[in-house]
Write a protein that binds this ligand. Structure first.
Ligand SMILES: Nc1ncnc2c1ncn2[C@@H]1O[C@H](COP(=O)(O)OP(=O)(O)OP(=O)(O)O)[C@@H](O)[C@H]1O
Ligand SMILES: [Mg+2]
Length: 365
């Protein structure tokens, strides 16, 4: 159904979609022409090689990286000759600045009329110090899924207006009361779908940033949780009172914190213990930028933990293990915190799940 949707919306959509996916994917990807010159390099590859696409376009691949004993060149020739993809694991490549990295490398021939005209080269870094790229991955993953969602939501919302109007006209034209029931069902379902799409999009409001006290926000969230008579959760505070104000949009930060704290409360079925902890970190690097000060908020619960099979996907929209869950809470929280230059991560095992929210305070000059 999704593919019907994509193909019918406009003529050159598949190519456009393919290049959007390539641009947004978290793996470094390059397209090489027959002479092994760089025809395209995506954002992840620009970061991996610390180069700009403008500078390296048209340059031979050998200018960007070197492999031991010319093995890269021989593999590239092999792909062009045999028209078969090759994956080489844990290859050490030397970058122009002399720095070496370890990557899993996949070379895929791109054929036109049965003849390979280009090679798609995908590099996945497997270095051990991968904390940074994992952070970037979380942010990229989020922005890629959200831009896809925005496109889909737009396409869904347009026909909904027409459907609703047509159902209302039909209701006015017909005298038969029994038929009114059907038109009401159409209108109700259209409205439900519209509301779902709106919540998938999250707030489209631009953040209105001003200095806010993180503890004030946490207390607002705590009072919302505590005002729910249905739960008897024990909320424990461990605040660092020396934390300076963060600059952010109060409503958006409360929304993000509430989504996380609510999950923690739900995980303990409203009966467990949830710890709200704040700390300040000095000289901390977030997604490749070094900050002098970063605020850390930990939300810890003693629930059963995130099911193993969900752990890789919890930040994706529509991922939920709850009967009534929309699966949007974490995706929206991540996107709101990303808009503040921050990041949400978690660790989870049975009995201890910690969601950590990082909010940058001051950029290192
Ligand atoms: N603290 C936690 N402990 C255990 N599992 C969690 C925790 N937080 C999130 N999860 C898991 O991650 C899933 C996704 O969370 P998310 O907030 O995005 O959606 P949801 O809570 O299912 O639905 P919604 O937030 O729309 O009500 C949850 O369904 C749950 O399985
Ligand atoms: Mg939730």
């Amino acid at each position: 159904m999704l593919s019907d949707f994509m193909v019918t919306s406009s003529g050159n959509e598949p190519e456009e979609l393919a290049s959007r996916i390539l641009a947004n994917q978290v793996t470094a990807a390059l397209l090489l022409d027959e002479s092994l010159n760089i025809a395209y390099i995506n954002a992840a590859a620009e970061i991996l090689f610390s180069v700009s696409a403008r500078v390296v376009s048209g340059q031979p691949i050998g200018q960007l990286l070197r492999c031991a004993a010319g093995s890269l060149e021989s593999h590239l020739e092999m792909v062009l000759e045999n028209h078969q993809p090759i994956t080489e694991r844990e290859v050490t490549v030397e970058l122009v600045d002399g720095h070496a990295i370890t990557v899993d490398c996949t070379l895929v021939p791109v054929t036109e009329e049965g003849r390979p005209t280009m090679i798609l080269m995908e590099l996945r870094q497997v270095d051990r110090q991968l904390r940074l790229s994992r952070e970037e991955q979380l942010i990229n993953q989020n922005s890629a899924t959200r831009s896809l969602l925005r496109g889909l939501a737009h396409e869904i919302k347009n026909p909904l207006g027409g459907l609703r109007g047509a159902a209302q006209l039909l209701a006015m034209e017909t005298e038969d009361e029994a038929l009114h029931e059907y038109t009401e069902v159409i209108i109700k379902e259209v409205d439900r779908l519209g509301a779902l799409v709106d919540s998938m999009l999250g707030s489209r409001k631009l953040p209105v940033k001003k200095p806010v006290n993180i503890h004030h926000l946490l207390e607002r969230v705590a009072s919302i949780i505590e005002s729910d008579p249905g739960n008897s959760v024990e909320l424990v505070r461990d605040y660092d009172p020396s934390i300076p104000d963060v600059t952010g949009d109060e409503d958006q930060l409360i929304q993000a914190l509430l989504n996380i704290v609510r999950n923690a409360v739900q995980a303990t079925e409203g009966k467990g213990r949830v710890l709200l902890q704040t700390r300040v970190l000095r000289q901390f690097t977030l997604a490749n930028r070094r900050y002098r000060l970063v605020v850390q908020v930990n939300v810890e619960d003693n629930g059963p933990g995130i099911p193993e099979e969900l752990q890789q996907a919890v930040f994706y929209p529509m991922v939920s293990s709850k009967a009534e869950g929309t699966g949007l809470g974490l995706s929206i929280a991540q996107s709101l915190i990303n808009r503040h230059g921050g990041l949400i991560e978690f660790t989870s095992r049975p009995g201890k799940t910690v969601f950590t929210l990082y909010l940058p305070l001051e950029l290192e000059q």
